[in-house]
Write a protein that binds this ligand. Structure first.
Ligand code: GDP
Length: 875
C-alpha cells in the first residue's frame, strides 16, 4: 500500500480530491502553541465482490469525498452480479482492512506526536511546558493527550518519575520531587532567558511563578491520584483570577502580562499627569482672578507694574492703550495712570510715596508704666538787654561754683543745673528767634518759658512777642523780674503792664509765677529755680529712658579738630556711644558724647544735653535726631531728605521770575489770591506811599499785601522772608547787597526795581488784570567803585573809578548807589582812561567819568552800569 500523506500549512489540501482520505492532527509548537493540521491520504480504488464499500472510519470527514456508494450494502448486493459482488466484497474487505490499518496508523501517529511533544517539552522544560500548556485552555486537549500518553508510555518525563516514586514512597518523596521540579524550572528559566528577550523573559518568569502553585497542586493531586482532573480546574482558576475573558490563548501581551500591567500603569500615570496638567491649565484659566493689593510708588515702569499685579506686560500695555496712553515696557508711568491701570485689572491700588521712608522715624508712644520723671527744659526769653544772657550765666555760674565738677564751663547750647535732687535743663540760646526757629522746624522742646523783664524798663515790644510766642506754643511761663538791684526797679509796674497782655501773675491772684531776681547779685536765683521745679512738678514731665534715643539738635557746627559737632537734647530714650543716628539730612555713628561740662560720657538720657561727635555732615539747629536700627536705614532716610532738599532748591530756582508769571501762577492755585510783597524803599515816605497804593490796587478777587516794608537796601533777611512766604521783593530806589543778590539768585526770588511809584503801581495793577505791557529786563554790565571825586574843568566834577566787575560802557545806562540806595540814575557823559576817551573799560582797570548834570557823588559810592532788554511777555 502506498499511502501518501500531505501536510498543509493553511488547512487547504494540496493533494487530489478524489480517492483521498483526510484526517486532522495537531501540531505543537513552542510556548505550548499548537495547530490543527489536515492530513490527506490518497487511496487506491479497490472493489470487493458482494461487498459495499464501507464508510471510512477515521477522522472527521472534512472536505472529504469518497467513492463509497451511499446506498445500503444489502440493496446493492441484491442487484449486483457475482463478479460485481465479489469485487465489492473484496473492496469491502480492503476497505475494512484499510480502516483498521488507518486506525492503527492514527494511533501510531498520535503516539509519535505525543512522544515528539513530550520530547520537545522535556527539552524546553519538562515541567514548565506542561504548566504553561495547562495555563491555556486552548491547548488543554493537546496537553491532556500528552499527559495521558506520557503516563501510558511510562516515563521520559521527570514528573512521570516523580509520580511513580510517589506511588511507592510516602509524603517525604514529595519534597524531593518538588526540589527536582524547582530545579527543572530553574533550568527551563535559564534556557528561556538565553533565547528570549529580556522583557519576554521577565514576563515569562512571572507567568511561570504564577503557575508554579498550580503545577505543584496538580503534582500533589497526581501523587494522591485524587479527584478532579487538572483541566477541569483550569477554567475555574482563570475565573478565580478574574481574567476568564483572556484565559487560554497565549498572546504576546499575555506573555508580557506582568510587564503589560506595569506599562499600563505607567502610561495611565502619564495620561493622568497630562490630564492633570491640562486640568491645571484649565483651572488657572477658569479660576476667579485673584485681586491683589498693588503698591504704587510715585513713578513705576510698565514692566514693574505688570510684575506687581502678576499680569503680562503686554496686557498692561494693551490696557494703557485702552485708556489712551501709548507706553513701552520700560516707560515710567505716573502714580495716577498706574492707579488707573491697577483698577482696570481689578486689583486694589495702594499709593505710597517716597516720604513713606520717614514712617517709623518717630517711634511709637511709650506705655505709661515705662515713663520716668525727667528734667524740665527751660528757654529764657525777653526783650533785648533785659538780662537774659546775664541770668543764664548767673544760674550756671552758681551751679558750677556750687558743684564739685570744677569751674570749667563750656557753651554747648544747653546745660543742666541742680535744684536739690532735681535737675533743670536750660537752653542756652536766649531770645525768641531760636525758640521760633525750633518751633518752625516742628521741634517743640521747651517745657517752660522764663520771661525776663527788666524791673527798670518794663514790658517792651520783644517782651510782648515773647508772650505771644509762648502762648502760641502753649508753654507755661514764669516771669523773672530782673535787675531788682537797680534803684529804678519797679516790679509792680511790670506786673501791671503784664496784666495788659493777659499775663496775670500770682501776686495778682493769677496762675503765672513771678520771681524778683538780680542776675548781677544773684538774688532770687534759687527762688527762680524752685519756681521752675514747682512748675515742672505740675507738668508731670516724664519720658521712657529705656528705648532708642530721640531728640533735637539744639546747635551744630563744623569743628576744625572734631568734625561736625551737634548738640543734641535727648527727649526720650538713651543715647549711647556707637549708636547709629539720623539728624535731619545727615547721619552718623556716635563716636563720642561730651556733656555740658566738657566731660566725655558713655550715654545721655532724657532731657540731657550732650555734644554728639561722629555725624557725617553738619545738621541744622532744630533738626530732629533719632537713633536708627542700622546704617542702611540711616542712609535710606537721609538720602530721601537730601533729595527733598535738592528738589526744594530746584523748585526755588524754577520759581517765577516775572511779575506776570507770579500772578498767572497764583491764579492757578485757587484760594491763594493774596499777593504778598516785600517793599524796600529809599525813604519812609515812599515806602508808606507804595504800601497804601498797593493796598488799593486790588479788587475782590485779588489782594496785594505788603508783608514787610522798610527803609534801606535789600538784605538777606528780606530775601529769606520773601522766600518763606512766596513774596515778591520790590526795591524802590534801592538795590540788594551782594549777599542778598546771591541768595535771591540761589533761591529764585524775584526782585523788581522801580524809581517811579506810578510805574510800580501800574505794573502791579496791569499784572493783576492780566494786561501787562512789554517788560524790560535789566542786565547789569559792570560795577565800579568811585574812589575819588575831583574837579574836571569848568564843566564840573569827574569820578575816579576802579572797575570791580564786568565792563563800564559809555553807551549804557548808569546809576550811582550809596549804601545800596540809588542816588542817581542817568547817562554817562564822558568815559576816559588816561586822558583818552574810550568806549569801554574792563574789570580791574581805572577810569574817569562824568555824568550829565550830576556832581554829588563821593568816594565810596558805587557805580552800576546796565542795559535794558525788552522781553516779550508770554502767558
Ligand atoms: P540780653 O540782651 O537780654 O541777653 O541782656 P544781657 O544779659 O546782655 O544784659 C544786658 C545788660 O544788662 C548787661 O550790661 C548786663 O550787665 C545788664 N544786667 C543784666 N542783668 C542785670 C541785673 O540783674 N542787674 C543789673 N544792674 N544789670 C544787669
Amino acid at each position: 500500500m502506498s499511502d501518501e500523506k500531505k501536510l498543509t500549512l493553511s488547512g487547504r489540501t494540496l493533494g487530489v480530491n478524489k480517492g483521498v482520505e483526510t484526517g486532522q492532527v495537531r501540531q505543537s509548537f513552542s510556548h505550548g502553541r499548537s495547530k490543527a493540521v489536515v492530513v490527506e491520504r490518497k487511496k487506491k480504488r479497490v472493489l470487493t465482490k458482494g461487498e459495499t464499500p464501507a464508510a471510512p472510519q477515521t477522522g472527521p470527514a472534512q472536505k472529504q469525498k469518497t467513492y463509497v456508494p451511499k446506498r445500503p450494502a444489502s440493496d446493492a448486493g441484491q442487484s449486483l452480479t457475482n463478479a460485481e459482488q465479489e469485487t465489492r466484497m473484496k473492496a469491502l474487505e480492503d476497505a475494512n482492512r484499510r480502516a483498521e490499518e488507518e486506525k492503527r496508523r492514527a494511533e501510531e501517529e498520535a503516539e509519535r506526536r505525543a512522544k515528539e511533544d513530550a520530547e520537545r517539552k522535556k527539552r524546553e522544560a519538562a515541567e514548565a511546558a506542561a504548566q504553561e500548556a495547562a495555563a491555556h485552555d486552548d491547548e488543554a486537549d493537546a496537553r491532556k493527550r500528552a499527559e495521558e500518553d506520557a503516563k501510558r508510555k511510562a516515563g521520559l518525563e521527570a514528573k512521570r518519575k516523580a509520580e511513580a516514586e510517589a506511588e511507592k514512597k510516602a509524603a517525604d518523596e514529595l519534597k524531593v520531587r518538588e526540589k527536582a521540579e524547582a530545579e527543572a524550572r530553574k533550568k527551563a528559566d535559564l534556557e528561556a532567558r538565553t533565547v528570549q528577550l529580556k522583557k519576554a523573559s521577565e514576563a515569562r518568569q512571572a507567568t511561570t511563578t504564577e503557575q508554579d502553585e498550580e503545577g505543584r497542586r496538580r503534582g500533589g493531586k497526581r501523587t494522591k491520584k485524587a479527584g478532579v482532573p487538572a483541566q477541569q480546574e483550569r477554567p475555574a482558576r482563570g475565573r478565580g483570577r478574574g481574567d476568564d475573558r483572556r484565559s487560554g490563548r497565549l498572546t504576546l501581551n499575555r506573555a508580557l502580562e506582568g510587564e503589560e500591567a506595569r506599562q499600563r500603569s505607567l502610561a495611565a500615570y502619564k495620561r493622568a499627569q497630562a490630564k492633570k496638567r491640562g486640568n491645571h491649565g484649565m483651572d488657572a484659566n477658569n479660576q476667579p482672578k485673584q485681586a491683589r493689593e498693588v503698591t504704587i510708588p510715585e513713578a513705576i515702569t510698565v514692566q514693574e507694574l505688570a510684575n506687581r499685579m502678576a499680569e503680562k506686560a503686554t496686557s498692561v500695555i494693551k490696557t494703557l492703550m485702552g485708556i489712551g496712553v501709548m507706553a513701552t515696557i520700560n516707560q515710567t508711568l505716573d502714580q495716577d495712570t498706574a492707579e488707573l491701570v491697577v483698577t482696570e485689572f481689578g486689583h486694589a491700588p495702594k499709593r505710597v510715596s517716597a516720604a513713606d521712608v520717614e514712617i517709623g522715624m518717630v517711634g511709637e508712644a511709650d506705655a505709661a508704666e515705662d515713663l520716668l520723671p525727667r528734667a524740665p527744659i527751660v528757654t529764657v526769653m525777653g526783650h533785648v538787654d533785659h538780662g537774659k544772657t546775664s541770668l543764664l550765666d548767673a544760674l550756671r555760674k552758681a551751679d558750677v561754683v556750687s558743684g564739685e565738677a570744677g569751674g570749667i564751663t563750656q557753651h554747648i547750647g544747653a546745660y543742666q543745673v541742680d535744684v536739690g535732687n532735681q535737675k533743670i535743663t536750660f537752653l542756652d540760646t536766649p531770645g525768641h528767634a531760636a525758640f521760633t526757629q525750633m518751633r518752625a522746624r516742628g521741634a517743640s522742646v521747651t517745657d517752660i518759658v522764663v520771661l525776663v523783664v527788666a524791673a527798670d524798663d518794663g514790658v517792651m515790644p520783644q517782651t510782648i512777642e515773647a508772650i505771644n510766642h509762648s502762648k502760641a506754643a502753649g508753654v507755661p511761663m514764669i516771669v523773672a523780674i530782673n535787675k531788682m538791684d537797680k534803684p529804678a526797679a519797679n516790679p509792680d509796674h511790670v506786673r501791671q503792664e503784664l496784666l495788659q497782655h493777659e499775663v496775670v501773675v500770682e501776686t495778682f491772684s493769677g496762675d503765672t509765677q513771678e520771681v524778683e531776681v538780680s542776675a548781677k547779685t544773684g538774688a532770687g536765683l534759687d527762688k527762680l529755680k524752685e519756681a521752675i521745679a514747682l512748675q515742672a512738678e505740675i507738668l508731670e514731665l516724664k519720658a521712657n529712658p529705656n528705648r532708642s534715643a530721640e531728640g533735637v539738635v539744639v546747635e551744630a557746627e563744623l569743628d576744625k579738630g572734631r568734625g561736625p559737632v551737634a548738640t543734641v537734647l535727648v527727649q526720650r530714650g538713651t543715647l549711647r556711644v556707637g549708636d547709629i543716628f539720623v539728624a535731619g539730612p545727615e547721619w552718623g555713628r556716635v563716636r563720642a558724647l561730651v556733656n555740658d561740662r566738657g566731660q566725655q560720657v558713655k550715654e545721655a538720657g532724657p532731657s540731657q544735653p550732650v555734644e554728639v561727635l561722629g555725624a557725617n555732615g553738619t545738621p541744622g539747629a532744630g533738626d530732629e535726631f533719632a537713633v536708627v536700627e542700622n546704617e542702611a536705614r540711616a542712609r535710606e532716610v537721609t538720602a530721601y531728605r537730601q533729595d527733598l532738599m535738592r528738589d526744594k532748591r530746584h523748585a526755588a530756582a524754577a520759581a517765577p521770575k516775572t511779575l506776570e508769571s507770579i500772578f498767572s501762577q497764583m491764579k492757578e492755585n485757587e484760594g491763594l489770591m493774596q499777593f504778598d510783597v516785600v517793599v524796600k524803599g529809599d525813604v519812609q515816605g515812599s515806602v508808606e506811599a507804595i504800601t497804601q497804593a498797593l493796598a488799593k490796587a486790588g479788587n475782590e478777587d485779588i489782594q496785594c499785601r505788603v508783608i514787610h516794608g522798610a527803609v534801606g537796601g535789600i538784605t538777606e533777611t528780606d530775601i529769606a522772608l520773601a522766600q518763606a512766604s512766596g513774596a515778591l521783593v520790590i526795591g524802590f530806589n534801592v538795590r540788594p547787597n551782594k549777599q542778598a543778590r546771591d541768595l535771591a539768585e540761589a533761591e529764585g526770588i524775584t526782585i523788581k526795581y522801580y524809581s517811579v511809584i506810578y510805574n510800580l503801581i501800574d505794573d502791579v495793577k496791569a499784572a493783576m488784570a492780566g494786561e501787562l505791557g512789554p517788560e524790560f529786563k535789566e542786565n547789569v554790565v559792570g560795577r565800579a567803585e568811585i574812589r575819588d571825586a575831583f574837579q574836571a574843568g569848568k564843566a564840573g566834577k569827574a569820578a575816579g573809578c576802579f572797575v570791580v566787575e564786568g565792563n563800564i560802557r559809555r553807551d549804557c545806562k548808569a546809576r550811582i548807589l550809596r549804601d545800596d540806595v540809588i542816588i542817581y540814575e542817568g547817562e554817562i557823559d564822558n568815559l576816559r582812561r588816561f586822558k583818552d576817551d574810550v568806549k569801554e573799560v574792563h574789570s580791574g582797570q581805572e577810569c574817569g567819568l562824568t555824568f550829565e548834570n550830576y556832581h554829588d557823588f563821593k568816594a565810596g559810592d558805587v557805580l552800576e552800569v546796565y542795559e535794558l532788554e525788552e522781553i516779550q511777555r508770554t502767558l
